[in-house]
Design a protein around this ligand. Structure first.
Ligand SMILES: Nc1ncnc2c1ncn2[C@@H]1O[C@H](COP(=O)(O)OP(=O)(O)OP(=O)(O)O)[C@@H](O)[C@H]1O
Length: 331
């Protein structure tokens, strides 16, 4: 998918614990008028049927469309563990903040991919993925597709992007094309392996999110005329470089530094001049263990992406200015 001939937007939402107190539902203050009275009446009439609110799988069907009716519907859906809702051509995804294993299995992917009309299934990120995939095959010429994933920090954008990449790495893979089987498999693997690398070098633990992306990314997946994945590229932008030198209290530097510090072999420590137990002022909160402190996974992904040992050594080499006995970077 690339430039914007056809765009769908996935909007991510954090659920703030809900409730008016936290601004999830905000009352609109406006002077009383007959029009406002009748709108208020319509809203009340709509909301009275509380048991039905979760059944609205498209927010355009909500009537009247107001912040309170829309948010009440989303809240009702969330409370029955339904996390996706259409809003016309946009999909609203709420973050469940817990694993929902059955929602993203291979079988579910196959179901959406194989369905004659996937949009008739219940709202899911795989509907968006599948529609874009089908739209690539234009009537005359292939048509580029774009998916925009937006939302506040912690809303689930990284998660959703991973889901989309997994989906395409699965459905755009071919088991029937013998000639390029190896290549295709390698490309799928590489597409997925780009995630742990980008997250190790570009994500950090923040107050809002243990695995917060500190950069934006534009991922391009390239398909051939048979709709098979043949290439991918990632452009990154606006990396929060200042985090290397300076982090907010209770936040951390980029994951990669902690991964190196915690998981390096004796040989690597020697080479990187990083004795065990040494701590650095610019690597605060290293005692906090996050799931992402996984150096082996990063290195394995680098190998799959063709980054050889010598290149890895260049990347990981730590510059250590030992000439200054009062080195400000160590504590
Ligand atoms: N659909 C989901 N199912 C289970 N967990 C989810 C889902 N969406 C998000 N999460 C979890 O919520 C947390 C925050 O999600 P994520 O890192 O994707 O947010 P983000 O929008 O990319 O944030 P940031 O802008 O800070 O990078 C992660 O721990 C992620 O695993």
């Amino acid at each position: 998918m690339s430039s914007a001939d056809n765009r769908r937007i996935v909007r991510e939402g954090r659920r703030n614990g809900g409730g008016k107190e936290k601004g999830f539902f905000q009352k609109v203050h406006s002077p009383p008028s007959p029009l406002n009275d009748s709108l208020e009446g319509e809203i009340q009439a709509f909301l009275i049927d509380e048991d039905q609110l979760h059944t609205y799988d498209d927010l355009t069907k909500v009537n009247p469309v107001t912040p309170s009716t829309v948010l009440k519907c989303l809240q009702a859906r969330y409370s029955v563990k339904v996390f996706y809702t259409h809003a016309g051509c946009t999909l609203v995804a709420l973050n469940p903040f817990q694993p929902i294993p059955d929602l993203y299995t291979l079988d579910v992917m196959k179901e959406y991919h194989g369905a004659p009309q996937p949009q008739e299934f219940k709202p899911h990120i795989f509907i968006v993925a599948e529609e874009a995939y089908r739209n690539v095959q234009g009537q005359l010429e292939p048509v580029n597709q774009s998916l925009v994933v937006s939302g506040e920090s912690g809303a689930g954008k990284t998660w959703t992007s991973r889901c989309l990449m997994k989906y395409y790495a699965t459905v755009a893979a071919s088991s029937s094309v013998v000639k390029s089987q190896d290549t295709v498999e390698r490309i799928e693997r590489r597409v997925l392996d780009s995630n742990p690398i980008m997250e190790a070098f570009g994500n950090a633990c923040t107050l809002r999110n243990n695995n917060s992306s500190r950069f934006g990314k534009y991922i391009q997946l390239q398909l051939d005329r048979c709709q098979l994945l043949v290439g991918a590229s990632v452009q990154t932008y606006l990396l929060e470089k200042s985090r290397v030198a300076c982090q907010l209290a209770n936040e951390r530097n980029f994951h990669i530094f902690y991964q190196m510090m915690k998981m390096a072999t004796d040989e690597q420590r020697k080479e990187w001049k990083m004795p065990p137990g040494q701590c650095f002022v610019w690597l605060p909160n290293s005692e906090k263990t996050v799931e992402e402190d996984c150096f082996h996974e990063t290195v394995e992904a680098m190998v799959h992406l063709g980054i050889n040992t010598e290149r890895q050594r260049q990347i990981f080499r730590v510059r250590y200015y030992s000439s200054n006995p009062q080195n400000p970077y160590c504590c």
